[in-house]
Design a protein around this ligand. Structure first.
Ligand SMILES: *[C@@H]1O[C@H](CO)[C@@H](O)[C@H](O)[C@H]1NC(C)=O
Ligand SMILES: *[C@@H]1O[C@H](CO)[C@@H](O)[C@H](O)[C@H]1NC(C)=O
Ligand SMILES: *[C@@H]1O[C@H](CO)[C@@H](O)[C@H](O)[C@H]1NC(C)=O
Length: 159
């Protein structure tokens, strides 16, 4: 009995520490998206400690080709920690649990952001967000920061 309780709390801790951050539920890394209006879904799994959400900044940058010769050919995607070519949203983050869940959806708290992806983003691009919150512990409030990105392939709409 004692053993199984210990094992359970270990699993609970391991699971919650993995679920510390927020992530892109849509689009996911490697997705192809059509330029125009899309709804970005950011999931925020329940943090391990009581948490006060602070803010999120969501934006996007084109990946650029680098190097000239075929051998040096490579690609550079600006990090959301350094710059955003387009800033879609900067403000409060207020993830809410879904009121209804459809087949294939998850149960995490989330917030949706409808943004317009410019056609000039055509090709590979990095979509990213900066997120900050405060975890509440016995000794006070502890800031949490993260930078999260996905690389997507933007295509033009077919008219
Ligand atoms: C995106 O939505 C905005 C606001 O509804 C609208 O003005 C705009 O034309 C839409 N853009 C595209 C490419 O559909
Ligand atoms: C949130 O966005 C996702 C991804 O675009 C979409 O599937 C879902 O229906 C949206 N949910 C709500 C409540 O708008
Ligand atoms: C995107 O996130 C991954 C995983 O954290 C990281 O390794 C990579 O450097 C990030 N890419 C950019 C362009 O910030």
């Amino acid at each position: 009995m004692i053993f199984s309780l210990a094992a359970f709390s270990f699993l609970a801790l391991a699971g919650s520490s993995l679920a510390q951050g927020a992530y892109f539920a849509y689009p996911q890394n490697g997705a192809t998206i059509v330029a125009g209006n899309i709804t970005i879904k950011i999931d925020r799994p329940t943090p391990s400690a009581p948490t006060v959400e602070a803010a999120i900044g969501l934006g996007m940058s084109s990946c650029r080709e680098e190097g000239t010769g075929e051998l040096e050919h490579s690609e550079s995607c600006p990090s959301p920690e350094v710059s955003f070519e387009y800033l879609f949203y900067a403000g409060g983050f207020n993830p809410q649990r879904p009121t209804e869940v459809h087949l294939g959806d998850d149960f995490n708290a989330f917030q949706n952001f409808t943004v317009e992806i410019p056609a000039s983003m055509k090709g590979r691009a990095v979509l990213g967000f900066l997120h900050s919150s405060f975890g509440r512990g016995a000794a006070g409030y502890f800031p949490f920061y993260e930078a999260v990105n996905v690389t997507v392939n933007v295509v033009e709409p077919a008219y």
